[in-house]
Design a protein around this ligand. Sequence first.
Ligand SMILES: NC(=O)c1ccc[n+]([C@@H]2O[C@H](COP(=O)([O-])OP(=O)(O)OC[C@H]3O[C@@H](n4cnc5c(N)ncnc54)[C@H](O)[C@@H]3O)[C@@H](O)[C@H]2O)c1
Length: 435
Amino acid sequence: MNQRVAVFGLGYVGCVTAACLSRDGHQVVGVDVDAGKVDAVNQGRSPVLENGLEALVREQVAAGRLRATTDPREAVRESELGLIAVGTPSADDGSVQTGQVERVVRSIGQALRAAPRPYTLVLRSTLLPGLLEERLASCLDEALGWEPAGQVQLCNNPEFLRETTAIADYDQPPLVVVGASDPVVGRRVLELYQGVSGPRVLTDTRTAAMLKYASNAYHALKVAFANEIGALSRSLGIDGQEVMRLVCQDTRLNVSAAYLRPGFAFGGSCLPKDVRALKRFAQREAVACDVLAAILSSNEAHLERALRALRADGSRKLGLVGLSYKAESDDLRESPLVLLAETLLGRGCDLRIYDPHVRVPGLVGSNLSYIERHLPHLAALLVERPEALWDHAELLIVGTDVADGLPELATFPGRVFDLRRDLVVSQPAEWLAPT
Ligand SMILES: NC(=O)c1ccc[n+]([C@@H]2O[C@H](COP(=O)([O-])OP(=O)(O)OC[C@H]3O[C@@H](n4cnc5c(N)ncnc54)[C@H](O)[C@@H]3O)[C@@H](O)[C@H]2O)c1
């Protein structure tokens, strides 16, 4: 269904969005405080340099489906939905400046104050979770001056386009994401993009906002990582392009969803050792590799987070499910669960551990010496049957997928702290609910 849409902000995102929505049959009015940009659009020119945009704006303005104004009241009057694509630049301290979005939200609220009616405000600008729900929502309420009771909705629709390929990205986005508290409103926003391919996602506003930041941070991390591997390769006399080409050829473990779920710290006999070796080599060669150098401290910080949460919980009688670095292994070397157990014992906690694959008499070599250094009394902590943990513990700490083979966990009467998911303490029923 075609809609009447106002697009606030005629920069890269706003102008591309306005022109593409108009091309796809919607009636669009663009709004900008910059009269030069408004004039450009009305004269059929693009106010920003973007491949293909000039021709698209010319065509849409000529067809009468796209025009622009500096007057937000006029734009609100002519639309039932306002997309907000103004800037959210960094402040000197790195925080997000919200002045432009706040002004737009107020101007829409004021326009609706005089003539109350249903309206949907859709934030396309990038804003940290919480700013829409708190700051913008209260700007809107103040400006409206009447109780909207669900008639005026504020939701978000993060944009993933890249400059220079913006129209192609608009047409084939990796995801079309709408964050909304009311799914009916969310679906109406998704309908704007009927002409667009790509998977549709309807979620809450905070998740949608965080997804945008997570995506950009991940892209930035990929660039920095590839550059560091390139720099290290060069200092080793290796072609970094070829190394990364081969890294990307592995779509099972490298370029895939593998290792991309928030869970517990990594460990085991390889990852910490090999990251440490790269870091040491980079130091010796004086190749600045801050990303690689930060990996182990980030991992330690995650272990610390878990330990802080356990301290805050205060339970003294604890049960730990899993001890080796992953289920079905008896490898304890650099398992973060060993370090967790060691710290908890040091705090005086009464700890029992269940891991069916760890048998002290079976441990040999470096595996045995590691555990002798960190948990010399392991045999006294291990229990044979999981029920022994239930009988003992006030709080059960789930460390690895050993727990997946324990349906009886559902009967545990205490609380569960699942390190494999976000560090939240829950009841077994919530814990077992599918995510
Ligand atoms: N540029 C990108 O590639 C890109 C991609 C995805 C998301 N984003 C996000 O989208 C948002 C917009 O980015 P952009 O690059 O298009 O910004 P931009 O600076 O190019 O455009 C912002 C426009 O908003 C106008 N504006 C400011 N205050 C206004 C007001 N009160 N009313 C109407 N118009 C007003 C400005 O005059 C300007 O034309 C940002 O939050 C950005 O982080 C940008």
